[in-house]
Design a protein around this ligand. Structure first.
Ligand code: LFR
Length: 478
């Protein structure tokens, strides 16, 4: 087997990248071919993704990457574009942070029965799950006119290949996918008033979709490959773990905190703890919870008009620990806007000292995030019965020194940080396997990662009592 050149398209909430990868049994190299901004647009009161600008960025990136044998696409989850009967896009996809789902999720879950929803889909209750977005859009002319619904990576794959389908890892985030039957949950759709025929046939990660349309004039004729098209699914492939006794935190705009399992956990305790069973590559389950992640920090920096993260982190390191802690999952933090003001408001509400300058706000955000990591790692273990002895942090958060050390301290476990590009690497590895450039299961793919990628280890410092006391302030521990 010789190494192949591949393009991994990875579009996140704030930027998209086309990464050029060279992958073989002993080779895994990644270089950025092109990066473009992802700037949501509010128009007539609704927050949209500028999906055509994203597609243009993908095309520019593929041209910059040069000839490749394959390409795979991953993006965030849950959001979709609608196509009419001719395949034309009906309007711009709505952003999951848009306010249209406010109050909808709770009402719909109550109507359909939270226990039934969990038994069928295994999914955590997030206000923006596709199910709730579609109920919020019910009766709109756009949805009425729709012939097909494509999740964002499937929409981009359609434009590139002309082939329609729904990749399973991302389908599993809709709350409309039956995780045990591995099929669309058509009964649930019917009861929610959602037309089942909107949903295209499912496809497994690691299968070929088809060649890029020649009319696009891209270099070579790469094969479009279905990867873990949910970015978190690709990120979990990209966790350089040995064996099964590990937790992962895919840390970027969100922190996705959990373990990898062979079977879902569908207990009442798991439902109440709001843990999700998202489908992973090779039939695995990503048993995890969404923690608010670096979003409050990113949005605070936008509010302050600063981009100098290293300077902020240096100042935050010198701030006193645990002066103010908040629940990062406070729903008021979800929409875009003035996050420092909302954090101050949350502190006022709960009697915590209000952070008075940016460094104090950053320290509050990171202490609070580390506490939320601790809680999720502990609960993932209790609820699944899987013991872990290390926490892998992958994604952009892996280069945040202070956060990695605080997470090690909070969890009382070593943190293994890196790779930052786990998502693109997981995307490329699954493509390479589909194109027969490498073989093996997830364990073999991960051994290629360990042999080629840099990983930084953080040992926990002994201050368990302080973390427990801080968790108690949030009412999380007795
Ligand atoms: C991370 C992510 C999460 C998903 C959130 C919204 O980028 O994909 O897994 O819950 O974005 O789609």
């Amino acid at each position: 087997m010789t190494a192949v050149r591949l393009a991994a398209v990875d579009v996140g909430a704030s930027s998209g990248r086309v990464m050029l990868a060279r992958v073989g049994p002993e080779t895994l190299e990644l270089a950025e071919a092109h990066r473009f901004r992802n700037e949501p647009v509010r128009a007539a009161g609704t927050l949209h993704w500028d999906v055509l600008a994203l597609y243009r960025g993908v095309l520019e990136g593929l041209r910059a990457a040069g000839p490749v044998a394959g390409l795979g696409i991953d993006t965030w989850a849950v959001d979709y574009g609608l196509l009419d009967a001719t395949g034309a896009l009906l309007g711009n996809p709505v952003h999951y942070r848009d306010g249209r789902t406010e109050g909808v999720g709770d009402r719909v879950a109550e109507q359909l029965g939270p226990a039934r929803l969990y038994a069928t889909t295994g999914l955590q209750h997030l206000p923006f799950n596709t199910l709730y977005q579609l109920v919020a859009a019910a009766g709109t002319p756009q949805l009425e006119a729709a012939h097909r619904l494509l999740l964002i990576p499937d929409l981009i794959a359609y434009w590139l290949s002309g082939v329609i389908g729904a990749e399973v890892t991302n389908a599993s985030t809709t709350q409309l996918y039956d995780l045990r039957r591995r099929a669309w949950a058509t009964d649930l759709m019917a009861d929610a008033g959602i037309r089942g025929e909107l949903f295209p046939p499912l496809r497994e990660p690691g299968t070929r979709i088809g060649p890029v349309l020649p009319t696009l004039g891209l270099p070579g004729t790469p094969e479009v490959v279905a990867v873990g098209s949910h970015d978190t699914a690709s990120a979990v492939v990209g966790v350089p773990a040995v064996g099964e006794h590990f937790a992962y935190i895919s840390c970027g705009t969100w922190s996705l905190v959990g373990v990898e399992l062979d079977a879902p956990v569908l207990t009442e305790a798991s439902r109440r703890a709001n843990f999700t069973n998202e489908s992973g590559v090779d039939g695995t389950f990503r048993y995890l919870r969404n923690v608010m992640g670096l979003w409050p920090l990113q949005e605070s920096m936008r509010t302050w008009g600063t981009t100098d993260l290293p300077a902020l982190l240096r100042e935050a390191t010198d701030e006193p620990a645990f002066r103010s802690v908040v629940d990062p999952d406070d729903p008021t933090f979800l929409p875009p806007g003035d996050l420092p003001a909302r954090i101050a408001e949350a502190c006022r509400r709960t009697g915590e000292p209000v952070p008075v300058h940016p460094a104090a706000t950053v320290r509050c955000i990171l202490d609070s995030l580390a506490l939320a990591h601790r809680r999720a790692v502990q609960q993932a273990q209790q609820l699944s019965g899987r013991h872990v002895d290390a926490v892998h942090v992958v994604g952009g958060g892996a280069r945040n020194d202070l956060l990695c050390q605080l997470t090690a301290d909070a969890c009382g476990l070593p943190v293994l940080a890196g790779p930052v590009e786990a998502t693109a690497l997981g995307n490329a590895l699954v493509q390479a396997r589909a194109l027969d450039a490498i073989g093996g299961g997830l364990a073999e793919l991960r051994s290629v990662l360990r042999a080629t990628q840099q990983i930084v280890r953080y040992e926990p410092r002994a201050d368990a009592a302080a973390w427990r006391a801080a968790a108690r302030r949030l009412g999380w521990e007795d």
